[in-house]
Design a protein around this ligand. Sequence first.
Ligand code: BG6
Ligand code: MG
Length: 976
Amino acid sequence: MLKAVIFDLDGILVDTSIFHGRAWRKLVEDLGHQPPADLEERVKGISRMASLKIALGDNARRYTDTELADLAEKKNQVYLSLTRTISPADLYDGVRELFDGLRSAGIKIVLGSASKNAKPILDSLGIASYFDAIADGFAYTHGKPHADVFVTGARMVGADPAECVVVEDAAAGITAALDGGFVAVGMGSHASLKHAHLFVKSLRELSAQRLTDLHARFRSDRWTVVREGIHPSREASLQTIFSIGNGLLGIRGHLSALPLGKSWGAYMAGVFDRIRRPDPNPDAWGPFMQYWGDASLARGEQIEVCILPLPNFLDVRLFLNGQRVDFTQGVVKSFTRRLDLRSGLFTVEALWQSPDGKELRLVERRLADWTDTRRVFVQYELEAMNFSGPVEIDAGIDTAVVFNMDNIPQTPFEVTARYGAGQACMVEVRGKSDGMTVALGSRLTVHDRPETDYNILVEPEALYVHAQADLRQGQLLYVERVVVATSSRGCADPLACVRACLPEAAKLTLGQARIDSTALLHQLWTNSDVLIEGPASDQLAMRFSVFNMLMAASRDDDGVSLGAKGLTGELYRGMVFWDTDLFMMPVLSFTQPAMARNLAMFRVKGLPGARAKARRFGWRGACFPWETAAGDENTEKWLRLLTHQLHVSADVAYALQQYVDASGDMDFYVRHGAELLLDTALFWLSKLEKGENGKWFVPQAGGPDEYHVVCDASAYIHHMAAWNLRAAARAAAYLREHSPEQLSAVLSRIGMTREEAASLEATAAEIDPLRRDDGVLEQCRGFFALREEAADPKKFYPDMQCTQVVKQADVVMLMYLLADQFDDRTVRANFEFYEPRTQHASSLSHGVHGLVAARLGLHEKAGNYMRRSMGMDLHDEMDNAAWGIHMAASGMNYVAVTQGYGGTRFTDGKLHVNPHLPAHWQGLTFRTFAGGALAEVSVSGNGTVSVSNLPVSKAKLTIVLAGKEFTLQPGETRSA
Ligand code: BG6
Ligand code: MG
C-alpha cells in the first residue's frame, strides 16, 4: 500500500531552482571565475556546500574551509533576497489539488529537500500545514544522491521506503530515491530523469489514484531480490541469483570486496575453448551412465568444448591502517544484498567491525552496462563510523582462475599480455586450444580526491592499481571503477580495443551508466513485464524469471544463443540444448522479437552443422545438435544422447515457427525459416520406417524423458515430427505462392525432391500416433508393458529404463506444445496417467506440469508445480542453484503464467484467451506479440478479461474471447 509521498521542494513545488542557479552564478562571476555552463542543472538537489564546490570547480582549491563557508553564506543571502517576494501565488499548478487528494486518500505528505531554507519557503507558499513530516537540509547526514534524505523522511512517518513514492526534479534526487528503494517520479528535464519510474511535466498530471497505481506497479519489493546475511553453506546459490549481465557479459554475484574464498565466475557470450579431460573411465560408471553412455566409445582422452571462465576483473582488496578488510574476521553487524531488476544493479551493503573495533560501512554497487555491453561499472562507498584514518584500495585483475566444474583443475587460458600504468591495468588472455582472445582493462578513480597517487602492483598472477585515501569519520568516500572487456569475437585486436575504450568509459560514473541502463531496460520491460496482482513473492519471481532471459540474450549478435545456465555458471559447459528453443525463446518471441530473431538466426546459421551431423550418421536433412556452443554438434561421442535425443530438430523447427507466428516476420520466414522447416522435415523423412501395423515410426530415438532414451517409436518424436512435416508443407506452399524461385533454390540446396515436398502432409498423417483407445499416448513402444512404479522424487531407480517412472514431462509436453490436437478429455487422460509416474528430476518438468494443470483447471496441482518452478533458483528448490540459473525453468515460468494462468494461445492466426487465474491473484496483465500485432491481455480476479490491440501495433489482431471471435484494429479493446 502507498503510505506516503515525499516531495522535493525546489523545482517541484515552486520554481526556486532558477534562484539557486542565479545566486551561484553571481557569486562565482563576482569572484572573477567562470561558472560551469550547466551549473543550474548540476546543483539541483545538491546541498549548499556541495553545490559551492560544483560552482567553483577547480577554483575551490584556492579557498580555505572558512572562506568556503563564508562564500556559501554569501550565496544564501543573495538567494534569500531573490526569494523574499515568494507568495502562495508562486506555488506550482496542481500542488493544492494533489495534496488535497492525497489527504483524503489518507496518504501522508512529506518533504524531502536538501534545502536549509525549506521551512520558511513552505510558510511563504502557505502550504506548511499540509506536511506530516519535513526532512530538510538539517534533518539528515548525507546529501543527495545518497538516499539519506528520503529514508529519513519515510521514517518520520513510520513508513518503509517500499511504501513511498518520491517526486523529484534532480537527477541526483532520482538516484537517491532508487537507491533507497522508493518509487520515483521525475519532473523537469526528461534527458536527465529518464531513469525515473514515471516522468511528468507538471504536478497536474499526478493524482492520488495515479500515484497509487504507479506504486503498485513499481514498489521495490516487487522488483528487488533482497537477501540478508552471509550464509557460507548457501553462498554459491546466492551468488547465482545475484548474477548480473547484459547479453554479452555474465558475472556471478560473488563478493569481491569480501574475501570469502574463491567464488569468482564471469563469462562472455560466445567465448569458448576446448579442454582435455581424462578418460571417462566407464568401469566406474553407475547405472545411469551405463544407460546413457556407450562404454566402447568412451576410452581415451576426451576433448570438450567449454565456455571460457574469465580472469577475475573485479578483484579488490581494502586495507584500513594496513589491516585487510576481511569479513571472515571481526564482526559483520549487518549485510544485505540486492538485485534491482529495473536497472540490473547489484548492491552489497555491509556494516563491519574489524577485530580492533573499527566500524566500517561498505557498499559495493555493480552494474553490467546495458548500453555498451563491454563495460562494467563498480562503485565502492565507504564510511568510517567510529574512526578516521587511511584506507588503501587495490583494484585489479587476477588471472588465477580455473575451470569451476567437474573438479578439473585446469587453467583455462594463458596470459598473453599484462600492462599497468597510472590508474589503469590491462590483461589479455588466450584460450589454450582454440586461441580465442579476451582483453580486460580496469581503471580506478577515487572520487573527489584529485590529489590521489596511483601505483601499479605486480604480483605473479595478478595486477593491481593501488590507491590510498583518507577516511574521515562521518564522511562518505566514493571509489569508482570501470572495466572494459572485449574478445576476438568482437574485434580483431581486443587489447587495442580496450585501450581505446577505457579512457572514454572512465568519463562516466556508475550513477550515470545506471541512468542509461535503466532507461534501456525500461524499454525492454515495457513489453516483457508480467504484472501480477497478488503476493509480492509471485511478482518478484515472475520478473526475476523474465530478467534472466533479458540479461542473457544478446541484443545485437545472432552468432550466440542462450546456454542452459545463461552466463551464470559453467555447468553444461555453457552449452545450448533444446531447452533454449522450447523453454527460453518463447519469452523473447512473444515480447522481444528482435532478440528472438537472433536466437532463430543462430539455429539458421547452425544448418550446415545440423546437415553434417545427419550425414555423419547416415541420415538426410538437418539433424540439430544435442548440445552446441556455436551451432555444431558438441556432444561427447560416447553419449547415447548424441544419437538418440533427436527430438531437438523438431523443437528447433517449432520454436522458429513460433517466432514467425508471433512476430509476423515473413521476410525471415521466406529467406531463412522455410529452409530450416523443410530441412528438418527431410531429416524426419529419412528417419521414418514402416512398422508392422503399416504406420510410419522413428526407430531408436527418445523424447525429452532421459530415463527412456533408447527406444523405438516415441510419442513425443512422432507427434512433433508430424507437426514438423506439416509446418514444412505449409512453408513450401507459402514459398510456392510468394517466392517460387526461393522454393526451387531451397529444395535443390537441401536435396529434397518435388515429390517428397508434395508428400509431407500425407506422410505426417501416416505416422503412428501411439494412441490408446482412452486417448492416452504410449510414451514409446512397449512403455505400457514396463514395470509400474510410483514416482518418488527422492528415490534412485537404477533400472529406470525398465520402469514406467519418467524423469520429466514428456507426453505431457505434447499436451502443451500441440494443445490444439488434443481435446480436453485427452489432455486430462494423459496428465492423469503420466503425472503420478513423473519424478520431476529435471527443472524442466515442473513448469510444464503447472501449465497443463492450470489449463485443466487443477488449481491446487498447478499452484504446487508453479511454486516449485518459480522458486527453482530464488528458493533453490532442487538444491543445485549453486551451479547457475535454471534458464529453462525461468523461461517456462513466463510461458506457464501467460499461457497456463493467462490462458493465451496463438493458433491459426487467432489469439485465444481463456484464463485460469489462481484464487490468490487479483489480476494479471501482460503483453504478447501475435501475428505481428502487439496485444495487451488483462485478466482480473472476478473473471473479466480485456484484450487490446495496442496503438503501436502494426497489424490487426483477431481474438477469440469467451468463444466469440473479434478483429481488433490497432488501438481497439474488447472485454468479456
Ligand atoms: C536543493 C536545491 O533543493 O537545495 C539546490 O535544488 C540547493 O540547488 C539545495 O543547493 C540547498 O539549498 P539551501 O537552500 O539549503 O541552500
Ligand atoms: Mg529540486
